[in-house]
Design a protein around this ligand. Structure first.
Ligand code: PGA
Length: 255
């Protein structure tokens, strides 16, 4: 049976190794001796802190990158490849996050290149898709989700799709107080399943985890993850507080 997945997207936080060390102290305290029965827990800190995370040797928390570049190595100043991330000990990389789309101009073509690079290097991909506020006002959620998913997965073969975890994360819910209803999330999930079935067949679709992301907090986790029967969640702000993050993971693990 596939496990749930709970991912902490730390974004560009914290600002010093000392602060990250304190974060790890608190996280270690929360997870020590804890067994998540049916949930994988992943933290995506800035890559500059990977070594510190690895040195902690936390048994029940895995490491993920927030972003990678699609080439394996070479003259690409400032970039980090998926191979480097993998060789540091990470198991996952995010791709397609709405902040990458908004601030760094990442379009479907770039996201597709990155996704394929992630899979090629042997990492699992956490692919984020979802409509923005203008698209939502124009009632284009279905259209946008379909387009983003199809284009991101272009050239990803049937043998690889089970290594992709898909997050429905409408950008209007990210970093805000706006939380979609369970029905809205369920609707997006069903669209994602339908497209996956069309491309890869029913059996392969069933193996793909579909998560929710955007303003997840302890008080909303039932509404956004449990009620629409999501396979987990992508947590931003609340992942910066280990106590809250692990309570969210526990709630998802128990349901
Ligand atoms: P948030 O961020 O939980 O702070 O809304 C989610 C994300 O960006 O992944």
């Amino acid at each position: 049976m596939k496990k749930n997945l709970v991912v902490g997207n730390m974004k560009m936080n914290p600002t010093s190794p000392a602060e990250f060390e304190r974060y790890l102290d608190a996280l270690e305290k929360e997870v020590k001796g804890k067994k998540f029965e049916k949930t994988e827990v992943v933290i995506c800190p800035p890559a500059i802190y990977f070594k510190q995370f690895i040195d902690r040797k936390l048994k029940n928390v895995q490491l993920g990158a927030q972003n990678i570049f699609w080439e394996y190595q070479g003259a690409y100043t400032g970039e980090i490849s998926s191979g480097m991330v993998k060789n540091m000990g990470a198991q996952y990389s995010m791709v397609g996050h709405s902040e990458r789309r908004k601030y760094f101009g990442e379009d479907e073509e770039i996201i597709n290149l990155k996704l394929k690079a992630i899979l090629k290097s042997g990492l699992r991909a956490i692919l984020c898709i979802g409509e923005n506020i203008e698209e939502r006002k124009r009632n284009q959620t279905v259209e946008v989700v379909k387009k983003q998913l199809r284009e991101a997965l272009n050239g990803v073969g049937a043998g690889k799709i089970e290594y992709v975890d898909i997050v429905y994360e409408p950008s209007w819910a990210v970093g805000s107080d706006n939380v979609p209803t369970s029905d809205e999330i369920l609707e997006a999930k069903l669209i994602i399943k339908k497209i996956l079935s069309e491309i890869y067949g029913h059996k392969a679709m069933e193996r793909v985890r579909i998560l929710y992301g955007g303003s997840i907090a302890r008080c909303f986790v039932n509404q956004v993850c449990i009620d629409p029967a999501m396979d987990g969640g992508l947590v931003g702000r609340e992942s910066l507080v280990p106590y809250e993050f692990i309570r969210i993971a526990e709630t998802i693990d128990k349901n």
